[in-house]
Design a binder for this molecule. Structure first.
Ligand code: NDP
Length: 288
């Protein structure tokens, strides 16, 4: 049976590191602060935002919750971001996605309006550029959290063959860059990949970020592989499952993350770490 990589254990370590950083900043009179803009009232987004606020409260990070009505215009949202960009007391800005229509058409423009120094989601083109170049910058929380978990769990990345299913800008692509930075040999798969199972069976580390319940079956996994399930799929009002057929794959894999209780917890913890990192970098830049 595989080792279960519970998100709680690793998230606690990431949060402890963030808390440590927040304490050091407060000792210098800087109170790290995250502003979260949520437009409309999508129930799933409200849950995510509440989780982020809870994590902030837990670590003594200030959170500034900005709920905007679903009818908010593009200009109003951009003006709100401009105000937060100019506010020196705000260190991180997050716009909860997805934005409601028709604002969703402006998502890229909205994310690009955030000051890259405050881009704690790591989605700004400048942050993406830093990730690509391997230069310091804020990294997207979900893949960065997965890397931290692999490090803490002592799972070898250097020289390992890492296969990622999914090439989105928020999970698949940044995960590939981060694994490459850790010297893994990376294969990125997607909906047009041929012979997917033959490729995934070669993986020492298999990351599933597809968005389809039970997509990864036991026959797709090499015995002893580490399987990271990023997927969150709601299959009933109160039932969440990942992209991996957990019960079957657990019998083959060497290590596996559960859903719920896996990667989702790492994402929020990593967001806290990014807020602290952003506050630190902004403070240092001011020469405080
Ligand atoms: P996207 O829908 O943006 O991307 C899904 C990817 O899966 C695409 O690249 C797509 O390929 C690929 N794909 C779809 N079908 C197949 C197939 N049959 N074979 C191979 N590849 C396929 O999703 P996200 O990356 O945003 O999210 C993925 C999952 O992770 C979702 O369940 C989401 O809810 C979850 N998630 C979880 C987070 C967490 O904190 N745990 C955070 C973010 C996301 P193509 O590009 O060719 O269309």
């Amino acid at each position: 049976m595989a080792r279960i990589l519970y998100g709680k254990e690793f998230a606690a370590r990431i949060k402890a590191s963030a808390e440590h950083g927040a304490i050091a900043l407060r000792a210098h009179g800087v109170n790290p602060c995250l502003a979260v803009i949520i437009v409309g009232n999508d129930p799933a987004s409200e849950v995510y935002v509440r989780n982020k606020e809870k994590a902030c409260a837990e670590l003594g990070i200030r959170s500034n919750h900005i709920p905007l009505p679903a009818e908010t215009t593009r200009e109003e949202l951009l003006a709100c971001i401009d105000e937060l960009n100019a506010d020196e007391e705000v260190h991180g800005i997050l716009v909860q996605l997805p934005l409601p229509a028709p604002l969703s058409e402006s998502s890229e423009e909205v994310l690009s309006r955030i000051d890259p120094r405050k881009d704690v989601d790591g989605f700004h083109p400048v942050s993406v550029g830093h990730l690509f170049l391997g230069t310091p910058g804020l990294r997207p929380c979900t893949p960065a959290g997965c890397i931290r978990m692999l490090e803490y769990a002592g799972i070898r990345m250097e020289g390992a063959h890492a296969v990622i299913i999914g090439r989105s800008n928020i999970v698949g692509k940044p995960m590939a860059m981060l694994l490459l930075e850790r010297h893994a040999t990376v294969t990125l798969c997607h909906s047009r990949t041929e012979n997917l199972a033959a490729i995934t069976r070669e993986a020492d580390i298999l990351v599933a970020a597809v968005g389809q319940p039970h997509f990864v079956t036991a026959d797709m996994v090499k015995p002893g592989a580490t399987v990271i399930d990023v997927g969150i799929n709601r299959i009933a009002p109160k039932k969440l499952v990942g992209d991996v057929d957990f019960e079957a794959v657990e019998k083959v894999a060497g290590a596996i993350t559960p859903v719920p209780g896996g990667v989702g917890l790492l994402t929020v913890a990593m967001l806290m770490e990014n807020v602290v990192q952003a506050a630190k970098a902004q403070t240092e830049a001011k020469g405080e």
